[in-house]
Design a protein around this ligand. Structure first.
Ligand SMILES: [Zn+2]
Length: 357
């Protein structure tokens, strides 16, 4: 059937895989039609969580199926929405929901206005500050499940080795004031990611067996990495980046008490999140503080940077790294929040190396 309604090209994540698929969108009779290679479906426009209009950045819409639509071309998206009269229907949806009438709408209007005024990073920080910690835990759990499904296998490190790393880190933290140490829980996994570590919202730190092996189990070096990840936990960075990446749609779901929509979209959203340089600096500050208080030489962090760099070089020289296509895709998508993706630039090397002899 020939359609006269305008179409838009965007990317689609089904909510199960971190892989993006190109899609063609168009709206007809109050339904959003999504067409990808090989499949097509449609959902009621009123059940889509449409993104807020911001000056910059990509648009992300959450579908009632748990999938998300992402469009990097903001102006094209906005023009398409306008030509479909979407702006109005979004308002209508708000008015139809009684919960919005009780102050949430006001709060969101303030948030939106503030976003225009100060930009998303500042607002994201404010949103995180008023978000209950149980939200972090639920997101962390959903992320862990998704990662375990696709990327991780049970650790092959012995219990004794796992304990010695955990104990060394706990020992280093004894020199910190109690309120300076967020809740943490270290888990080891054998992975397809290679040497890496990752702090999930809610306090779980994942470390790969490959990272332990890269430094022959040196607990000083591993403590440095863990202290950096602890910094991310302390500042709730991953939640902040998540709020930034999802625009305000995650927060609107929070206001509506609709966790399931957020949780379904988490794996794909986490795949898009990436720490800012400022977040990295804050995590490095925590690492430095923990290491010096415990009497460890901060240079151990440089040792890790060097080992990771050597590993990267040998991988890029090798014939093919042996990752499956699917695995490689997921790896690229998850690296934004993981330790090994943050380049050890001269600034960071100087930061940790300055106290060395
Ligand atoms: Zn980091």
């Amino acid at each position: 059937m020939q359609t006269t309604n305008p179409t838009l090209l965007a990317a689609y994540f089904d909510g199960k895989s971190a892989q993006a698929r190109p899609v063609e969108l168009h709206i007809e009779r109050e339904r959003l039609h999504v067409r990808t290679a090989g499949t097509a479906f449609d959902v009621p426009v009123s059940q889509v969580l449409w993104p807020e209009r911001t000056r910059h950045g990509m648009r992300i819409a959450q579908l009632p199926t748990g999938g998300i639509i992402q469009c990097a071309d903001g102006p094209a998206w906005d023009a398409w929405c306008k030509s479909n009269g979407l702006q109005e229907s979004f308002i209508v949806v708000l008015q139809q929901s009684w919960r919005w009438v009780t102050g949430s709408l006001l709060a969101l209007t303030v948030l939106l206005g503030a976003t225009y005024q100060w930009g998303l990073p500042v607002i994201a920080q404010g949103i995180v500050a008023i978000t209950p910690y149980s939200f972090d835990e639920r997101i962390g759990q959903a992320t862990l499940t998704a990662i375990d499904d696709r990327l991780m296998e049970p650790s092959s490190l012995s219990m004794a080795q796992q304990s010695s790393i955990r104990d060394a880190f706990a020992h280093a933290l004894r020199f910190q004031a109690a309120d300076n140490v967020p809740r943490w829980n270290l888990k080891f996994r054998k992975s397809k990611l290679g040497p890496n570590a990752l702090a999930l919202p809610g306090g779980t730190i994942l470390m790969t067996d490959e990272m332990v092996q890269l430094v022959d189990g040196d607990t000083d070096v591993l403590t440095a990495v863990l202290a950096h990840e602890l910094g991310h936990l302390k500042h709730r960075h991953s939640l902040r980046m998540l709020v930034q990446v999802s625009g305000l749609s995650a927060v609107t779901s929070l206001f509506l008490g609709d966790f399931s929509t957020v949780l379904a979209a988490i794996p794909a959203l986490m795949g898009q999140a990436q720490y800012s340089r400022e977040a990295e600096r804050e995590a490095d500050d925590t690492a430095m503080q923990v290491l010096t208080a415990a009497g460890l030489n901060p240079r151990v962090m440089v040792t890790m940077f060097e080992k990771l760099e050597a590993q990267r070089q040998s991988e890029s020289k090798g014939p093919s790294s042996g990752h499956s296509n699917d695995g490689a895709n997921v790896i690229v998508n998850l690296l934004g929040l993981a330790f090994a993706s943050h380049p050890a630039d001269s600034e960071r090397i100087a930061f940790f190396g300055k106290n060395s002899r």
